[in-house]
Design a protein around this ligand. Structure first.
Ligand SMILES: *[C@@H]1O[C@H](CO)[C@@H](O)[C@H](O)[C@H]1NC(C)=O
Length: 289
């Protein structure tokens, strides 16, 4: 935990690019980095603490959070979502400053669906207290059949949400144009599994089928590399942190191509183009991606 500036990261940026997962992966158990925040009885450690099972039933959902907060870094984990009929359930993985008024938050939300209907992945970005920046994609695989890696990279240049190394969303630092960017507050890492059948699936039309409960989601390979706070403030501004390096300041050619592919083929909602909600296009949407 804390700063991670290994020689490998400085000397072999190209290798990192190709093998970023294997290079940064380090064995971490759930309890080293996280604590349970909601319903102990609905989170089970499995595989010696290297993986966990989240349970949702009629009595409760559950949640966990990182013990530390971080100011810039990258967090990733492998998640296997509820299979079969998951309509009305929401599994979330997000970062949050935990501040009431001027909230910063970076969200992944997995909206369940009826058997055979696709999950929807919703992302949102809150900066300096303002959110309402939802985007939605459908996935190019079944997220309940296997584990897939979901990650959030957050540095001074941008926030990148990725799935299996495919960028699905980029929120650029456009402070120079007066657009807020989360930069001043550390954020914790959170996850929850809960019932949200008033809005999640087909806008709330599809309800949870409790006869299918309990519902199970699985998490493993927890990996957080960032500046843990409270800690030396200088960490967050150190340009030698690997996640601040040139390879991470903008998408490379391959990532940019994948990102375009997702937006063209898998995006189902974008607040930027929702004229009924935003007659005037929000400035960050105009500023280019
Ligand atoms: C669920 O499936 C329906 C039908 O294919 C689709 O319209 C919807 O976007 C899917 N996702 C959610 C979260 O409702």
């Amino acid at each position: 935990m804390g700063t991670t500036t290994s020689l490998t990261h400085i000397i072999l940026p190209l290798l990192i690019l190709t093998f970023s997962l294997s290079v940064s992966a380090r064995p971490a158990t759930f309890l080293q980095d996280f604590r349970i925040t909601w319903s102990d009885s609905h989170i089970k450690q499995i595989e010696g603490g290297r993986a966990i099972q989240l349970i949702l039933d009629q009595s409760s959902g559950c949640g966990f959070a990182s013990k530390s907060q971080y100011l810039f870094g990258r967090v990733s984990m492998k998640i296997k979502l509820i299979p079969g009929d998951s309509a009305g359930t929401v599994t979330a993985f997000y970062m949050n400053s935990d501040t009431d008024n001027v909230r910063d938050e970076l969200d992944f939300e997995f909206l369940g669906n009826r058997t055979g209907q696709p999950y929807t992945v919703q992302t949102n970005v809150y900066a300096h207290g303002k959110g309402d920046r939802e985007q939605r994609i459908n996935l190019w695989f079944d997220p309940a059949a296997d584990f897939h890696t979901y990650s959030i990279l957050w540095n001074h240049h941008h926030v990148v949400f990725s799935i299996d190394d495919v960028p699905i969303r980029v929120y650029k630092n456009n402070e120079a144009r007066g657009i807020p960017f989360p930069k001043f507050q550390p954020m914790g890492v959170y996850s929850t599994l809960w019932e949200a059948d008033d809005w999640a699936t087909r806008g709330g039309l599809e309800k949870i089928d409790w006869s299918k409960a309990p519902f199970y989601a699985y998490y493993k390979d927890f990996d957080i590399e960032g500046c843990a706070m409270p800690g030396p403030a200088s960490c967050a501004t150190n340009p030698r942190n690997w996640w601040e390096g040139t390879a991470y300041q903008q998408l490379n050619v391959l990532q940019a191509r994948r990102y375009r592919w997702v937006r063209l083929n898998h995006m189902v909602y974008d607040y930027c183009t929702d004229k009924s909600r935003y007659p005037v296009t929000p400035p960050e949407c105009m500023a280019g991606i």
